[in-house]
Design a protein around this ligand. Structure first.
Ligand SMILES: Nc1ncnc2c1ncn2[C@@H]1O[C@H](COP(=O)(O)OP(=O)(O)OP(=O)(O)O)[C@@H](O)[C@H]1O
Ligand SMILES: [Mg+2]
Length: 255
């Protein structure tokens, strides 16, 4: 689940006029249209847009899992992905899942155990390394998935609605943990969510995409000091402004 660097630039992502069309002729589906976006090293960018506007497509392209129809993408450094489903191997323990990612990166066996324990500790799962995924709660499984993503020693973390299936309280805790993890690692994050408040809670910046095909229609810097709370007044206020703009966009497409 990692892609190699496209350029030797510092850890950051650049999309220049990126378009993606699936299929051909009458059945062609334009998913992205001339998307230009640059993420600074260490920047946390949230992507918001209506369902089907091309958010997952954009992440897949950045991960190198698919090619754009036109335009340029450059990614500095190693990429890791995290999805709504944790996608852990059920027959491996939590530590085993993390160790597998370390092994894929060439970490020697002698170091893997200790490194996996440190990563599980970083996501507050110390002591759960021997559990298998079915013995963990949904939130714990996503923490293991986060530890596994960190095990890839990524510079760029691509997250596609990673907390979408969790209850509000668990999500809140994971927001705090993600803040902590990002702070210490200078990770560049592209985070897709349907939840505007979550985007404002987490992001340095929120990018709004139009309905299909996805185009960047607005960008909001988030000037709110950290630590932030999802239910704080400044978060709610900016989320309200962004939601109004999103409603306008969705309304324009009659959805
Ligand atoms: N592999 C594919 N082949 C053909 N069409 C695709 C493929 N992947 C996505 N699409 C189409 O491209 C458009 C964008 O899809 P994408 O999954 O990127 O949207 P999204 O913004 O992630 O949606 P959601 O918020 O529902 O997850 C959709 O119309 C979808 O049907
Ligand atoms: Mg998607």
């Amino acid at each position: 689940m990692s892609a190699t660097a496209v350029t030797e630039a510092p850890a950051a992502v650049t999309l220049a006029g990126v378009s993606k069309v699936y299929g051909r002729g009458g059945s062609a589906v334009p998913a992205l249209d001339q998307v230009s976006l640059a993420a600074e090293p260490g920047e946390f960018t949230c992507l918001i847009g209506a369902s089907g506007c091309g958010k997952s497509t954009l992440l897949n392209l950045v991960a190198g899992l698919d090619q754009p129809t036109s335009g340029e993408i450059s990614v500095g450094g190693r990429v890791a992905l995290m999805f709504q489903e944790p996608g852990l191997f059920p027959w491996l323990t939590a530590a085993g899942n993390v160790e597998l990612a370390l092994r894929a990166r060439g970490v020697r066996k002698a170091e893997r155990k200790q490194r996996a324990a440190e990563l599980l500790d970083a996501v507050h799962l110390a002591g759960f390394g021997k559990k298998r995924p079915h013995e963990l709660s949904g939130g714990m499984r996503q923490r293991v998935a986060l530890a596994r993503a960190l095990a890839q020693d990524a510079d760029v973390l691509l997250m596609d609605e990673p907390f979408g299936a969790l209850d509000a309280m668990t999500r809140d805790l994971l927001h705090d943990e993600l803040d902590r993890v990002c702070e210490g690692r200078n990770l560049t994050v592209l985070f897709v969510t349907h939840n505007v408040r979550e985007a404002v809670r987490l992001g340095d910046r929120v990018v709004l995409l139009s309905s299909r095909p996805g185009r960047v229609i607005a960008e909001y810097k988030v000037p709110i000091e950290r630590p932030r709370r999802i239910d704080s007044a400044p978060v709610a206020e900016l989320a309200g402004t962004i939601t109004d703009r999103l409603r306008e966009e969705v309304g324009r497409h009659g959805k």
